[in-house]
Ligand binder design. Structure first.
Ligand SMILES: [Ca+2]
Ligand SMILES: [Ca+2]
Length: 355
């Protein structure tokens, strides 16, 4: 009985496991691990002889450093135990069919992020962070990075004042020239940003500047570096990108009001929301459950949402629009420098429709 098919079978098993956990990084990790003994069924299928004497004791297993979920539900990166320790991470749970550990890499003020899947979080998260001043991380993207995806797993900063981020700000530095990355504040948990960096030399920084206002502020931002071959890449110039056939989208800081915060459109926003092309789907049905932005006389001047070439503004809790598939489908969001009316912004659900 040849040894070769048995070896490749083991390798195939490892590759299948990698496919299940997903692969966001081209980097590979190598671990030395004992070869699992095949079950009776596997042995029978492969035609191997369980009495054979040629079992290798060790086998090099290669797996990708893809995203994983840690034992306590955190976002992590699949590494070997040694790699995780060398990178200053915390191992929590296993991945890659048990060959790797789910390595949680968290960085806080003054840190540097160079590993895909690392998280920038406020000191002491999830406790409130009330230290006046700047809390910044430097991003050190691997060469070939053309986009940086920021996922706001949690984002609670002090709220705006009449739409201005007068108290706290969250700013992204290093985007391509001409990319307008809005300054953020307030509540943005669940939001995401795609930052084009293919034509930028950096420096790349995430900067939270905190006011002296006492507030239950804390944040947790996952950083993903995307290269030109990454299936997660968004079309260029799209700040937000939606790839599911249906979903909900809100303006920034459109969270339910609390005792100390209100739902309030941020000023000075200009950005595009884009949708993936999915085979078999053409038009997109867009249904606003809230649109509170700009002139109520439907003269959409400096505060509006545009679906394709059509602008929408005013104050409504029900508005349906069909974006037709005669070109790229995007939503442009524009706000000016004033929100003394405390306009709320927008919340919509969308459904891609079969052709
Ligand atoms: Ca305005
Ligand atoms: Ca209003």
């Amino acid at each position: 009985m040849s040894l070769i098919p048995m070896l490749s079978r083991v390798l195939v098993a490892a590759v299948v496991a990698v496919g299940l956990v997903g692969a966001a990084s081209l980097a590979e990790d190598t671990a030395v691990a004992p070869v699992p003994v095949p079950t009776d069924a596997e042995a029978a299928e492969a035609g191997t002889d369980r009495e054979g004497k040629l079992w290798p004791m060790m086998q090099i297993v290669t797996f990708e450093n893809g995203p994983c979920e840690s034992a306590n539900g955190d976002h992590g990166v699949c590494f070997s135990q040694k790699e995780c320790e060398a990178n200053g991470g915390t191992a929590s749970g296993t991945c890659a069919n048990g060959y790797g550990v789910c390595c949680v890499l968290t960085v806080t003020c003054d840190g540097t992020i160079s590993i895909n899947g690392s998280v920038f979080q406020s000191p002491g998260f999830p406790a409130a962070y009330n230290t006046f001043g700047m809390c910044m991380v430097t991003l050190n993207p691997p060469s070939g990075t053309c986009q940086i995806l920021l996922d706001f797993i949690n984002f609670e900063l002090a709220p705006p004042l009449e739409g201005d981020c007068t108290n706290d700000t969250f700013v992204v530095m290093g985007a391509n020239q001409g990319s307008m990355i809005p300054t953020l504040c307030g509540t943005n948990t669940g939001q995401h940003l795609y930052i084009d960096v293919d034509n930028s030399q950096g420096p790349f920084k995430l900067v939270a500047t905190l006011s002296s206002l006492s507030f239950q502020r804390h944040w947790k931002v996952k950083v993903t570096f995307l290269d030109e071959f990454d299936p997660c890449l968004a079309p260029n110039r799209c700040l937000q990108y939606f790839k599911e056939t249906m979903g909900t989208i809100t303006s920034f800081n459109f969270a339910p009001p609390t005792a100390t915060t209100s739902r309030e459109m941020l000023n000075m926003q200009t950005y595009s929301i884009c949708f993936a092309y999915i085979k078999g789907f053409c038009d997109i049905g867009i249904s606003f459950s809230r649109l509170d932005l700009g002139n109520v006389n439907q003269v959409c001047d400096t505060d509006y949402v545009a679906v394709g070439a059509e602008k929408f503004c005013g104050d409504t809790t029900s508005l349906s629009v069909t974006a037709n598939a005669t070109g790229p489908i995007t939503i442009l969001v524009v706000s000016d420098d004033d929100n003394s009316n405390l306009e709320e912004g927008f919340s919509l659900s969308y459904t891609m429709m079969s052709c």
